[in-house]
Design a binder for this molecule. Structure first.
Ligand SMILES: Nc1ncnc2c1ncn2[C@@H]1O[C@H](COP(=O)(O)OP(=O)(O)O)[C@@H](O)[C@H]1O
Ligand SMILES: O=P(O)(O)OC[C@H]1O[C@](O)(COP(=O)(O)O)[C@@H](O)[C@@H]1O
Ligand SMILES: [Mg+2]
Length: 530
């Protein structure tokens, strides 16, 4: 079978050659189940091979000839511990799964990264489908798990903590679970707490993180020493892009030391800036909460003469919250995000647009992401940015700055009376408990992480790819930041909805066009500076 597949291998460069990952598997490396063959001996050789490849596999997986299929696989503990024993999955006996048609995810089940395809296009990149596996690589009574939360807050963190604890306990009978307090530094500078289903029972109803969090303090060697000293063999790490980079380093050190430790990352970010996954948990909750601030701004400015409301929302490098909150609301006249440079003065600028909207409606609402216009602000305030303990750029208050600029322009230059209302709900939108749909999403993430760790995968992140939960190599989610693509349809939909200027034409636009062209370079610089 192997030989036939290689014979049909394409001579064209495969997609995998473009992907800098050591875990990329080609079709020929991907273990296929035995094929059932019928009467092929009389066919010409090439037809025989095609028939062979297209034959129906025992579990329904239909391999085709080399069609550009790439599996970006996650590491498995047997990669460096080849003799690790495995056991039947205890879920076999589980009441919960008793009548489920297919309790276990087949090793052949994969999730496609790209589901919009053309006839004849290559199949492209796939990830392993998340879920329970037939064999596990830990005996329940041997598991010593720990959970840590790092970085900024986000609605739903407590739900993920709760469901990891309950998932380990209810599905796999694990009783030994530790909470690492205060982020990465908690591994080596704080005591742990014991987590049981009882302890975490109602934490999903609260915002924040039950385990506390921090920025900075990642010391790989100290952390892995501590994991080793405590006999921890499953590590669940909840956090954003910075945290996932730290998780990858922990995994690499674990592998270097040859430890039987499953490292599982659960992506968390209010900014939705993590690549590959559809959306990060808590994002919908935050967008919903942002509506309250936008509505308040609208009520305020509608009730006065020439009211201009500004609402500042989170989004350091990515304007997703501002964009989706604007699209959802309909009372927003203009949305400003980090990815789309804007300018104030002259034709096509923000001042001109504000004046036009005030003439038409006598009020307007601007939503601005905190990371928008930062270069503008630092230039005019003559201050250069500093960084937080994790190396993230500390932002200047663009909302306050913009409020002042608009006030000055209309009062001093245009001699118009305007009523400014500035609302800054930034922390309010991330400090709340998650809504119903985010709670369900968090539950799925937690259970997928538990199944993956029990199955012996390590150095992986879980998350939905085209709505199907998948195991993604950690390095794959950290190599790029997810940003709003101005060339995609969603931003065009927003522009069509608000009818705001795109800031790509007019007197101040030249720089913006250049900025767009260099956006990719800038994004890369941002990534390497974190
Ligand atoms: N490149 C990195 N390598 C290792 N650890 C990192 C890296 N970047 C950030 N971290 C650690 O991850 C944790 C959270 O990072 P931070 O950027 O603050 O939040 P987030 O993970 O939400 O993006 C911090 O403890 C920080 O030290
Ligand atoms: O909590 P801090 O340190 O004030 O950070 C605020 C920043 O955290 C964020 O919520 C993002 O945090 P993460 O990088 O941890 O996901 C940004 O939107 C915001 O700029
Ligand atoms: Mg981050």
């Amino acid at each position: 079978m192997e030989a036939s597949i290689s014979l049909l291998g394409s001579t064209k460069p495969s997609l995998s050659s473009l992907i800098p990952s050591s875990n990329v598997l080609h079709r020929r490396d991907f273990p296929l189940p035995a094929l059932k063959l019928k009467k092929v001996s009389v066919l010409p050789r090439i037809l025989q091979q095609k028939r062979l490849i297209r034959a129906q596999c025992s579990d329904g997986f239909k391999p085709e000839e080399d069609d550009g299929f790439v599996l970006e696989d996650v590491p498995h503990l047997t990669k460096f511990l080849p003799d690790l024993p495995s056991y039947p999955n205890p879920l076999k006996e589980s009441q919960a799964y008793a009548i489920v048609k297919r309790t276990f995810v087949s090793s052949e089940d994969v999730v496609a990264q790209n589901i919009v395809v053309q006839k004849g296009s290559k199949r492209g990149v796939h990830f392993r489908r998340a879920g329970p596996r037939e064999r596990v690589y830990f005996r329940s009574d041997e598991v010593k798990a720990c959970i840590v939360t790092c970085g900024g807050l986000c609605p739903g963190i407590n739900t993920v903590i709760r469901e990891i604890v309950c998932g380990l306990n209810n599905m796999y009978g694990v009783n030994n679970i530790l909470g690492i307090q205060g982020g990465y530094r908690g591994f080596y500078s704080k005591n742990t707490m014991t987590l049981t289903p009882k302890v975490v029972n109602d934490i999903h109803k609260r915002g924040g993180t039950f385990l506390q969090t921090s920025r900075g303090g990642h010391d790989t060697v100290k952390i892995v020493d501590n994991i080793q000293d405590r006999g921890i063999n499953q590590v669940y790490i909840i956090g954003g892009d910075g945290t996932q980079k730290g998780a990858e380093k922990i995994y690499q050190e674990v592998e270097r030391r040859g430890l039987q430790v499953a490292v599982s990352g659960i992506p968390k970010t209010i900014d939705n800036d993590i690549a590959v996954i559809d959306k990060s948990f808590g994002f919908d909750t935050a967008v919903e909460e942002a509506q309250r601030a936008i509505n308040a701004a609208h009520v305020e400015v509608e009730s006065v003469e020439n009211g201009v409301g500004i609402v500042k929302l989170m989004g350091r490098y990515s304007g997703f919250i501002a964009m989706i909150a604007t699209l959802a609301n309909r009372d927003v006249d203009c949305c400003l995000i980090p990815e789309s440079p804007f300018f104030l003065e002259g034709k096509g600028g923000l001042f001109e647009f504000i004046e036009q909207r005030l003439k038409e409606n006598r009020h307007m609402v601007i939503v601005i992401a905190e990371g928008a216009g930062q270069d503008y602000v630092s230039q005019s305030m003559h201050v250069s940015g500093t960084k937080d303990a994790s190396g993230n750029r500390l932002l200047l208050d663009v909302g306050l700055w913009l409020t002042q600029q608009i006030k000055d322009h209309f009062t001093n230059v245009r001699k118009m009376m305007i009523n400014m209302k500035y609302i800054d709900p930034t922390y309010m939108i991330r400090a709340i408990p998650s809504n119903a749909s985010d709670n369900v999403y968090c539950t799925l993430l937690a259970q997928s992480a538990v199944h993956g760790a029990m199955a012996g995968y390590s150095g992986f992140t879980v998350g939905p790819v085209n709505s199907r939960h998948a195991y993604i190599p950690i390095s794959r989610v950290t190599e790029m930041t997810n940003t709003v693509k101005l060339t995609d349809r969603m931003w065009a939909r927003l522009l069509a909805s608000t009818n705001q200027p795109s800031f790509l034409t007019g007197e101040g636009a030249l720089q913006n066009v250049i900025d767009m062209e260099t956006q990719e370079k800038i994004d890369n610089m941002k990534i390497s500076s974190i």
